[in-house]
Design a protein around this ligand. Structure first.
Ligand code: GUN
Length: 292
């Protein structure tokens, strides 16, 4: 069994971006800028946003974080987005999800300029991804593909089974890995809550991508020998043996499934760190698209 080291690959990617930005600075050019927008004070979102900002600093991306009150009106949020759409110094923009109930998430996503949409959630980018055109690919799916690429894991003609059909992971990763190119070209099955007998699908997976948000859901009897397992889950469970009474686990029972897997991502230290690395890569792409 080979452990897929997301921490190492994410760090390699960050170094690559840092070097590109150093070269820009040496040439006296502008540097890439990212604005992150957060509404309210959801603790998980705050951790994500702070990690994103920290990663930007590490590689030399200029970042600003707009942390807004939970009762901000939809119109005020739209106005803020519009002001950043027009700024030349911020090339990428993301609005952390979920948003408070009184705000229409779709309206917000659609207000972000598709050329600054580093999350890849705008319908224009989703459409381009499905059509096989150059697009901002959502960060977690892009990170998964990058891990497969850098570990030389063959995807062409392989059966990829995706557990979960979210707009952030399941749907885009399925579309990404079915595209006709060297690092995809897989036969993809997407499973979701309406599946009657999940094992019937998961047992035929060459590559299993678990993104359902259920702690340690995937067990060894659900997979075949030699499967490649990509665990997208980040679930906090109670564990009194840990100092703070809890620990983070994935959607896969790592101890159990790693006995049968040829490759597997750990949680933490797998896909999660790649998501942020790909956000930095998308921000650099936004910088190039928006003319530096
Ligand atoms: N909430 C959970 N994941 C994400 C993400 O990748 N981007 C944004 N904007 N919000 C999220």
């Amino acid at each position: 069994m080979i452990l897929i080291d997301g921490k190492r690959i994410a760090s390699e990617i960050k170094t690559e971006i840092k070097n590109k930005i150093s070269a820009l600075i040496e040439d006296g050019k502008n540097i890439p800028g990212l604005v992150t927008i957060m509404v309210g004070n959801d603790p998980s979102s705050l951790i994500y946003i702070n990690n994103k900002e920290k990663a930007c600093k590490e590689v030399g991306i200029q970042s600003v974080s707009e942390k807004l009150r939970s009762d901000i009106s939809q119109q005020d949020l739209l106005n803020l987005i519009s002001s950043y759409n027009n700024r030349k110094d911020y090339h990428g923009m993301l609005v952390q999800l979920p948003l408070p109930k009184h705000i229409d998430e779709n309206k917000i996503i659609e207000a972000i300029s598709p050329d600054k949409d580093v999350d890849g959630f705008h319908p224009i980018n989703i459409g381009k991804l499905i059509a096989g055109k150059d697009a901002f690919v959502p960060c977690t799916p892009a990170g998964i593909q990058e891990l497969l690429k850098r570990y030389n894991i063959e995807t062409v003609g392989k059966h990829v089974v995706v557990l979960g059909r979210s707009n952030i992971v399941g749907k885009p990763v399925a579309n990404l890995l079915m595209q006709k190119n060297k690092y995809a070209n897989a036969i993809v099955t997407v499973c979701h809550s309406a599946a009657h007998d999940l094992n019937q699908y998961t047992r035929t997976a060459d590559i299993l991508i678990a993104a359902i948000g259920k702690p340690e859901f995937v067990k060894a009897d659900m997979v075949k020998e030699g499967v490649v397992v990509i665990d997208v889950g980040i679930n906090r469970i109670k564990d009194d043996s840990h100092p703070n009474g809890s620990r983070v686990v994935g959607d896969v029972d790592f101890q159990d499934v790693s006995k049968k897997a040829s490759y597997i991502t750990p949680v933490p230290g797998g896909v999660g760190l790649m998501t942020i690395a790909m956000l930095l890569q998308n921000t650099y792409k936004a910088y190039l698209i928006n003319g530096g």
